[in-house]
Design a protein around this ligand. Structure first.
Ligand code: 5AD
Ligand code: SF4
Length: 500
């Protein structure tokens, strides 16, 4: 393996799958002597890990590439790479729009990045590594061309020592008409349970306390081996026994595959987070059919009822698209009704963005004006925020066991950052209503068993362990609390409490 003394700048947009991919690419490059920099001007290697789900995310990458045109001319040794979903989707188009880009590497070829960068430095020519188009070959050939990238991880290089993502499947076969993911991430392929379990065991032995299982539709997980079929619930059961793991989460679920065995596993396994992310996308049957989601609003409601009956305390979150092709005011109000009655913990709400290569782009007119999309987006967000705040305020006065994840955003901004801690956190804490604590008790952040974010003052040594927190106030996104037990057990200890 060649040794370098290079400075790497990487920008990551999109979902958690992209965050994991970037983490693994960065680890591979650091192994070769690369160092990370947050200053693009200093870097001799610049990577963009991209997202194609909405047009806006792609625009941002093309603008960033445009800004680099000049610097690339002045620094002939510099290598610029576009990796991930947009690389798979746009392929040579990226070189045509931005000729100063050296590498285009799709989601299925990430393992080749170190070598491709080396080659680029040796001889300047465009290098393209992408998977087969789903229409151009057999399913087996296309699947083989999308290689899951799950190398062993170096514990020193994880963004958080206590939390890790674990991929359980790649790709998607649902083909919702608006969505580009089945093209950019290829056919659905579940990882062998033995690989998942050994990765999780290894992470736990290195100090990881919480794993989040990743897949586009995790509850569609299926793997046949030794004459038995592993479902998501079997996987949870097997992972649950791993010593040291305290919390297991998984995203994202597909409504039609929300089976009773999975709900019972979530209910019965104390270390599995009581939290499900099950995107509804719309509350109108006409839209759901046009989106080819494969369920009716009635079936989604029935599923919500089953979740609430089986796991009454479960927090549920959702995604919605507003302004999809032909969405009338009446259709939109039906989505508002579904949101109102479902009382999601939170919802991600998106304006429909037509994506080339999808059925909706090909066959349906994008006929809802932008300002209508924007208004519906705001209306829906306002309703969700109101629900989140109401439900959060019902929790004021209660106590919760919290897995401490790291310093809060505010504390990190105050310069109390430990680069090894909290890097993978995604808390969206609002700045009002919370203050960074004093230096010896900075503000920490953690989550309840139902995935609710809580901030409280504490000792950074608590990070990775459990504390009991009393909630005294809240915002739409965050519970504010105080620690009620000073007795805590550090993640290094084998005696972590098991919480129901
Ligand atoms: N336009 C807007 N939102 C989209 N999503 C997926 N494709 C599109 C699109 N073309 C949303 C869905 C999905 C989330 C990850 O992104 O709500 O659940
Ligand atoms: Fe896209 Fe639908 Fe697959 Fe989700 S289930 S990734 S929305 S095609």
């Amino acid at each position: 393996m060649s040794e370098h003394n290079h400075l790497l700048y990487i920008e990551t947009v999109g979902c958690q799958m992209n965050m994991l991919d970037s983490e693994l690419v960065v680890a591979a490059l650091r192994h070769q002597g690369y160092q990370l920099t947050s200053d693009v001007e200093q870097a001799d290697t610049i990577l963009f890990n991209t997202c194609s789900v909405r047009e806006h995310a792609e625009h941002k990458i093309y603008s960033a590439l445009g800004r680099l045109k000049h610097s690339r001319r002045q620094r002939p040794g510099q290598v610029i790479g576009v990796i991930g979903c947009m690389a798979q989707k746009d392929q040579e188009l990226i070189f045509r729009r931005a000729p100063h880009v050296d590498l285009v590497v799709g989601t299925g070829q990430l393992a080749q990045i170190p070598e491709l960068i080396d080659q680029s430095r040796e001889g300047r020519q465009h290098r393209l590594a992408v998977s087969l188009d789903r229409r151009d070959a057999t399913r087996q050939q296309v699947s083989d061309s999308f290689q899951s990238y799950d190398p062993l991880r170096d514990p020193e290089m994880r963004p958080s020592p206590f939390q890790a993502f674990v991929r359980i499947m790649i790709g998607c076969d649902k083909f919702c008409t608006y969505c580009v993911v089945p093209m950019t991430r290829g056919p659905e392929q579940s990882r062998p349970p033995a690989d998942i379990l050994s990765e999780a065991r290894r992470l736990a032995s290195e100090g990881v306390r919480e794993i989040t299982l990743l897949g586009q539709t995790v509850n569609s997980y299926r793997y046949a081996v030794d004459g038995r079929i592993w479902r998501m619930s079997d996987l949870l059961l097997a992972l649950h026994d791993i010593e040291g793991l305290q919390r297991i989460k998984f995203v994202t679920d597909f409504p039609r595959d929300m089976s009773d065995d999975l709900l019972q596993a979530v209910r019965d396994l104390p270390r599995v987070s009581k939290y499900l992310h099950v995107p509804a996308q719309s509350g109108c049957d006409v839209m759901l059919k046009r989106m080819k989601r494969g369920y009716t609003v009635g079936e989604y409601r029935e599923m919500m009822g089953r979740i609430r009956d089986t796991i009454p305390e479960c927090a549920i979150s959702s995604d919605f698209i507003v302004g999809f092709c032909g969405e009338s005011e009446d259709s939109f109000q039906k989505s508002m009704d579904l949101l109102r009655e479902s009382r999601f913990k939170n919802s991600f709400i998106f304006k429909y963005s037509p994506r080339p290569g999808t059925k909706a782009h090909e066959l349906l007119a994008d006929d809802v004006p932008e300002e209508v999309k924007r208004r519906r987006n705001h209306e829906m967000l306002a309703l969700q925020n109101q629900i989140s705040e109401e439900d959060n305020s019902r929790l004021i006065g209660r106590d919760f066991p919290i897995l401490v994840e790291g310093l809060s955003k505010t504390a990190r901004k105050e310069g109390l950052d430990d680069p090894r801690v909290g890097g993978a956190l995604q808390e969206s804490q609002s700045s009002q209503g919370s203050q960074a604590g004093c230096d010896d008790h900075p503000q920490l952040v953690g989550r309840t068993m139902c995935d609710r974010i809580v901030v409280f003052d504490g000792n950074p040594r608590m990070i990775g362990g459990f504390v009991d927190v009393h909630v005294y106030d809240c915002t739409q996104t965050t519970l504010l609390g105080t620690i009620i037990t000073r007795e805590y057990q550090h993640a290094g200890s084998d005696l972590l409490p098991i919480l129901a």
